[in-house]
Write a protein that binds this ligand. Structure first.
Ligand SMILES: C[S@@+](CC[C@H](N)C(=O)[O-])C[C@H]1O[C@@H](n2cnc3c(N)ncnc32)[C@H](O)[C@@H]1O
Length: 262
């Protein structure tokens, strides 16, 4: 994908939602439109990021030493390798995103010799991604990997076969690996408000957003075993502090889960 300052860009919109500075007026206007229709959108983006951090910290504590963060987004506070490093300084993290803006920021800010690498690639072509030397020279796919698909699958359209794409990833990783994801559920808010939000995403770099049923979201895990507490509202996945301030009253629009390959 090419840099286009006139079209709202998913990575920059998300950066704005998280309170970052790497965004343009066009991105802020798009997010403001989304928030006008679904006021929980911005707090949910932050709850999503907090979930990602809790999940990777807990997987590192459980012994996972390799992380593959797909659709990693612009670097922001508490990036995956920073959270993981606190628990497992020897862990390796591969960040993947298809956005060249993300690539330039990430390479400048995230890469650490031997421990962190950024790969500019399209996750819609997972087989290609998994065989690129940037990944194979860095990760040992015979050892467990935590594959992170956090707030990305709802931006993959049905026509692009997200289920098939995730299956390639599940099949490629070793037993003991994890799949971690968040996903928007279908039927959030009023139908009219939802359609307006879909319109905003259709006009953005991502080309659309698709909420899915609980059954469809669960199916992404295949025969991996969901760890406790299962597939739940993003704020309810192992909260560090039950009833975190700011989480109260957030609608259950975004589901989160982590599952292990036997
Ligand atoms: C909403 S952000 C999520 C960032 C991070 N995973 C998180 O949850 O905090 C989604 C990211 O996925 C990236 N993305 C979207 N489609 C992609 C694709 N087909 N291949 C690689 N990255 C993609 C976007 O550029 C964006 O940075």
């Amino acid at each position: 994908m090419a840099f286009d300052p006139s079209t709202p860009n998913l990575a920059r919109m998300y950066d704005y939602m998280l309170g970052g500075k790497d965004n343009l007026a066009v991105d802020r206007a798009a997010v403001d439109q989304i928030a006008a229709h679904i006021p929980a959108a911005v707090p949910l983006a932050r709850a999503n990021r907090a979930f990602l951090q809790r999940a990777v910290r807990q997987l590192a504590a459980a012994g996972v030493r390799q992380f593959l963060d797909l659709g990693s987004g612009l670097p922001t506070g508490g990036n995956v390798h920073e959270v993981v490093r606190d628990v497992a300084p020897d862990a390796k993290v591969v960040y993947v995103d298809h956005d060249p803006v993300v690539a330039s920021h990430a390479r400048a800010l995230l890469e650490e010799e031997g421990k962190v690498v950024f790969v500019l690639a399209d996750l819609l072509r997972p087989a290609e991604l998994l065989t690129t030397p940037e990944v194979t020279d860095f990760l040992d796919l015979d050892e467990p990997v935590a594959v992170l698909l956090v707030s990305i699958l709802h931006f993959v359209q049905d026509a692009d076969d997200p289920a098939g794409m995730v299956k390639v990833l599940r099949d490629a990783v070793a037993p003991g690996s994890y799949l971690v994801l968040t996903h928007a559920v279908e039927g959030i808010g009023e139908e009219q408000a939802e359609e307006k939000v879909r319109d905003v995403y259709r006009g953005s770099s991502t080309g659309g957003a698709t909420g899915r049923t609980m059954a469809e979201i669960s199916a992404f895990f295949g025969d991996f075993e969901l760890v406790q507490p299962g597939l739940v509202h993003v704020s309810e996945w192992r909260p560090d502090v039950p009833g975190l301030i700011g989480d109260q009253g957030l609608p259950a629009y975004l589901m989160a889960g982590a599952a292990r390959k036997r």
